[in-house]
Write a protein that binds this ligand. Structure first.
Ligand code: PBG
Length: 324
């Protein structure tokens, strides 16, 4: 057989394959999400996220030290608010002595170089389990943005390096940036969840924080998974409004969107490999149907290849161990 081209030459052995590999993972690519609870010595395994835990601040600090030693540079904080602090204003979200604010301070004082990112949305504090304020059965935009601004300022005051608004209200990035400028928080970044889809893959996360919506769904603010161009519109708007990093979420079912956004913006793109995507791999591995470690590396490499500069993933620690 005469062949002008033999592509298999570049796949012949491990040496040549690694020489021509296009995509690499490193610990600094990962953002580790952390679930934090009140109390002491609390280590609660989330039933739908086997191997992943919600911890009190003491245990969280130990975890952050371990993550830092593995080479992870950033954590993304989520807190579980007690039911009696939830209402329809979400005001606990900007309590200067709230769990989030205390967690930020504790982590920054224990591991000062760790980049602390904080979730900004009202759902953990909302009696309705929605990301915004509810009026007449609707999630109202502009009042919610005012609340998110107060929340962001309180995170910045506690020492957060980045706020990460995950609420999908219109205009919140510009409003938060403006408030940061007015209050002299000129070193605090914004990682915008720009293209966040209304996805069934958030189920286990809502178990972790007991934050499932009490009525309806999130489709009036989170995006329709049928849409790609809309993601570009949202990402460009957030870039324009002053976001430092834009995010696409979930990741695996949205690789095309990650690429489209990556080609459109001039700032780093992150992708959130979400709780349901974690649970899928864990469950199949437990059944003996896939090799967990291989699935982790293949999934994360695919997300990087699609164009994500950073990946928020519950596999951050496992991936670092596999890479070393
Ligand atoms: C809430 C929020 C959610 C996630 C991150 N921030 C859930 C939701 O929007 O209902 C999901 C993360 C995951 O599933 O891993 N604003």
């Amino acid at each position: 057989m005469y062949l002008q081209k033999r592509p298999r030459i570049l796949r012949n052995n491990p040496a040549i394959r690694s020489m021509v590999a296009e995509t690499f993972l490193k610990p600094g690519d990962f953002i580790a999400p952390l679930f934090i609870d009140e109390g002491e010595n609390i280590v609660f395994e989330i039933p739908s996220m086997p191997g992943y835990y919600r911890r009190s601040i003491d245990g969280t600090i130990k975890e952050v030290k371990e993550l830092w030693d593995l080479g992870i540079k950033s954590v993304l904080l989520f807190i579980k608010a007690p039911d009696d602090l939830k209402d329809n204003t979400g005001k606990e979200a900007w309590n200067p002595y709230g769990l989030m604010q205390r967690s930020i301070k504790a982590i920054k004082s224990a591991v000062p170089d760790m980049i602390v990112m904080t979730d900004v949305a009202l759902d953990p504090y909302s009696s309705y389990g929605h990301d915004g304020i509810v009026k007449d059965g609707e999630i109202v935009n502009d009042e919610t943005v005012e609340a998110l601004v107060k929340m962001s300022l309180s995170h910045a005051a506690a020492g957060a390096d980045f706020v990460a608004p995950s609420d999908m209200m219109d205009g919140r990035i510009g409003a938060i940036r403006h408030a940061f400028e007015e209050n002299n928080f000129t070193k605090v970044g914004i990682m915008a969840y720009s293209a966040k889809y209304a996805s069934c893959f958030y189920g286990p996360f809502r178990d972790a924080l007991d934050s499932a919506p009490g009525f309806g769904d999130k489709k009036t603010y989170q995006m329709n998974y049928a849409n790609r161009i809309e993601a570009v519109k949202e990402a460009l708007a957030d870039e324009e409004e002053g976001a430092d990093i834009v995010m696409v979420k979930p990741a695996m079912a949205y690789l095309d969107v990650i690429r489209e956004v990556k080609n459109s913006v001039r700032i780093p793109v992150s992708a959130y490999h979400v709780s349901g995507e974690y649970a899928l791999i864990k469950a199949a591995a437990k059944m003996g149907w896939i090799d967990e470690n291989k699935a982790i590396l293949e999934s994360l490499t695919s997300i990087r290849r699609a164009g994500a500069d950073l990946i928020a993933t519950y596999f951050a620690k496992d991936a670092c161990k596999l890479l070393s």
